[in-house]
Write a protein of this length. Structure first.
Length: 395
């Protein structure tokens, strides 16, 4: 029988998930109910993707602002600190900043421009081009407000410098902003530093440590239990989300056991070898706002081994337009299928793979799952993906 479907991704609705719920049971029951009610069958190499938000919630991997203060007390007794490259996000960083300001007497924040690490703008780039400043400049908050202070983000309608300033002041802490694309400029103001960047965190920390700074990355704050509390995350506060006005949900720590336990139980129920992953932000960039979605330290903190590696695909368009340019119809289809079946195990650097995406499979699948589930009110924290590893030669 001819096949007319390739990859299919379905958002799976679940009950509202709370702390200490049996997430494994909820995921499996929801999948089985969806299969029965919507008439799809489980197949080998299909994928179950679970959003990290519900994993962290069930784990109870939550910390309070007062716990942030306790950890800072051990690391920064001076109560003065410089923050390097925090992203501009009310969900991701505003509560972290509130906790830091609650303990500190004085904070200096180094902000990159014209946008933060993930693409959130802080000034009008047209105004920047017409000003005396350039990307190599260092300027202060007074200069920022004189030249760029009227800027409002086109999506949120707020100025995040104002937002962060007010958060710190409300905690009775002094605040100063500097704007630079060179992280070592923070050392002109503070020697105690928290580097808050995500994807360049290790390089930034090394750069500052080599210049004699006392540095802790955001990933090193609350990255182990404090005073016998139950939380634990190797990413520390990195990848955390606002839970309440006083609490943060940390990025999942114990996901590997969960994905393999779910895979094992699905095998027992369905007889199929199904891959399982936990996913956070997808790795893609908004073409209008310029925002790179990936504010988590990784796309997937845990996945079963069948998702490891990168795609090994040939580019059908390239082959059909070149090697088989004289073929049409069924002859072309059969030639392409044979080409797929005989492809090498590793096509890196081969013209046959030109135009295919050179990315890790868990990053690709996690990005797909993030787009399907959304981040709002769809109520589908589980995504079922079928046929992801299929190709034209599969009958």
């Amino acid at each position: 029988m001819a096949r007319y479907l390739g990859t299919v991704a379905k958002g799976i609705r679940t009950p509202i998930i709370k702390e200490n719920d049996d997430l494994q049971k909820i995921v499996i029951d929801s999948l089985i109910n969806a299969s029965k009610n919507h008439g799809f069958e489980f197949k080998d190499k299909d994928i179950v993707a679970i959003t990290e938000a519900v994993v962290g919630k069930c784990e109870g991997n939550i910390v309070s602002l007062d716990e942030i203060c306790l950890d800072l007390k051990e690391k920064f007794p001076s109560k003065k600190v410089g923050l390097v490259y925090p992203i501009l996000s009310r969900n991701r960083f505003s509560l972290i900043l509130k906790g830091i300001a609650r303990y500190m007497d004085e904070i200096t924040i180094l902000i990159s421009f014209p946008s933060d690490e993930v693409g959130n703008g802080i000034l009008d780039e047209k105004v920047l081009k017409e000003s005396k400043y350039n990307l190599n400049s260092l300027f202060t908050d007074d200069e920022y407000y004189d030249n760029f202070g009227e800027y409002l983000h086109p999506f949120t309608g707020v100025n995040m410098i104002d937002v962060y300033k007010n958060i710190v002041l409300e905690e009775n802490c002094k605040i100063k902003f500097i704007f630079s694309n060179n992280p070592i400029d923070i050392l002109k103001y503070q020697n105690d530093v928290i580097n808050c960047d995500i994807h360049t965190r290790y390089e930034t920390k090394e750069l500052l440590v080599n210049r004699g700074a006392n540095v802790f990355g955001l990933f090193e704050l609350l990255n182990k239990p404090l005073n016998n509390s139950g939380y634990n995350s190797k990413y520390g506060l990195l990848g955390s989300n606002k839970s309440t006005e006083e609490k943060l949900k940390l990025f999942p720590e114990h996901g590997e056991k969960l994905v393999y336990d779910i895979q094992k139980e699905l095998k027992e129920i369905t007889g199929k070898n199904i891959e399982v992953m936990i996913y956070g932000d997808g790795a893609f960039k908004d073409p209008v706002g310029g925002i790179w979605e990936l504010a988590d330290p990784v796309v997937s903190p845990a996945y079963t081994k069948g998702l490891d590696g990168t795609p090994n695909e040939i580019k059908l368009k390239y082959i059909s337009d070149n090697k088989f340019s004289n073929l049409i119809g069924s002859d072309l289809d059969e030639a392409l299928k044979l080409e797929i079946k005989n492809k090498k195990e590793n096509l890196v650097g081969n013209n046959l793979s030109l135009g295919t995406t050179p990315r890790r499979t868990p990053d690709l699948v996690g990005s797909l799952a993030d787009l399907v589930s959304g981040s709002g009110d769809k109520g589908t924290p589980v995504v079922y993906i079928s046929g992801y590893f299929d190709n034209l030669a599969d009958d």
